[in-house]
Design a protein around this ligand. Sequence first.
Ligand code: FES
Length: 146
Amino acid sequence: MSLVKNADNINRHEFLKKLGFAGSALAAVYFAGHLQSCTNDRVSPEPTNLTLDLTDPANSALKSNGGYVIKDGVVIARSNTGAYIAATLTCSHEGKNEIMYQTDHFYCTAHGAKYDNAGKGLNSEGKKGIRVYTTSLIDSILTITA
Ligand code: FES
């Protein structure tokens, strides 16, 4: 896979040189491309009226404190205090979509970032915090909004 990537980079580099890009102009093209890919990699969709029916067996994990489900890029959990909370699936450390809920905090399985129930980072990997969302419960319908 890295061989393919390197071949792609060489081709792009030679292509840009043929277009007349050199030195700092060439670096600017690479830098702009890197920023674009970082932005795309790290943006998870914001929930717009994401709903869960808590009577649906698919959401039964939310009947117990510490349980969680993942839907549409959002981790929805029942916290250690019984509150319904939600956060993005995308970790702020390196953008992996590996957030889960663990007992009383959000946790990333990639490198171990930890975030409290309000999204505040609890260790160096999680120091940037994580995006959390608002939840509201009416009857058995839980709604998550950005
Ligand atoms: S990407 Fe989540 S801890 Fe590194």
